[in-house]
Design a protein around this ligand. Structure first.
Ligand code: S6P
Ligand code: ZN
Length: 186
């Protein structure tokens, strides 16, 4: 592995299109089936066309702790029942790996959890959010436009989705009387 990579520049626009990117992830609702509280609404939305929930453009780097991966997420507006579109959410596989998010467009929430602690961080363009080591993190689009943000994390961090798939997140962000509200997961 080349541990002395070239220094270089990337470009990102306000819609989160990153150049150059080396991998792209598209997640449709069926790719995260079982994560929304309203299973009937989730099934109906998948049957009705399985909407694109989010895309990630990433510039991959060697899996080395000294490297930094840069990526952008475009999380589309929408709901499943009363629950806003969200990312799957994950822990980093190496738990002691932090991450920085920078809001580019739209509005949303960064929901974080560790042990019995939780926090919900509002994000809008210009917000710099710090995800501390060990905290699970998930983003939620509470607006009517794509919620777009840039993320930077260590090359060796990896992703643990399985723990969230099994245990879920302790909080959900839902629409109540036309506004976002945070409720405990049952
Ligand atoms: C990576 C970082 C983000 C997410 C992306 C999608 O560590 O936290 O780039 O990967 O927002 O979310 P998820 O939970 O499907 O990876
Ligand atoms: Zn992460």
């Amino acid at each position: 592995m080349d541990l002395t990579p070239s220094s270089f520049a990337m470009a990102v626009d306000a819609q989160g299109f990153l150049e150059p990117w080396t991998s792209k992830i598209e997640r449709r609702l069926a790719d995260m089936a079982g994560m929304y509280a309203d299973a009937d609404a989730e099934r109906a939305a998948i049957a009705a066309g399985d909407p694109l929930v989010y895309e990630v453009f990433q510039h991959d780097m060697p899996e080395h702790p000294g490297e930094l991966v840069v990526c952008t997420t475009r999380l589309y507006p929408g709901r499943v029942g009363d629950e806003y579109f969200m990312t799957k959410g994950h822990y980093h596989r190496i738990r002691e790996r932090a991450e920085v998010y920078y809001g580019l467009a739209g509005e949303g929430r960064l929901v974080v959890a560790v042990d019995d602690r939780t926090d919900v961080i509002p994000m809008r363009p210009g917000t710099v959010a710090y995800v501390a080591p060990r905290w699970a993190h998930r983003t939620v689009n509470t607006g009517s436009e794509p919620f777009v943000f840039l993320a930077v994390y260590h090359g060796d961090a990896g992703h643990d989705y399985g723990t969230i798939e099994t245990e879920g997140f302790p909080l959900r962000v839902v629409e109540r009387d036309g506004a976002p509200a945070v409720v405990e997961s049952r």
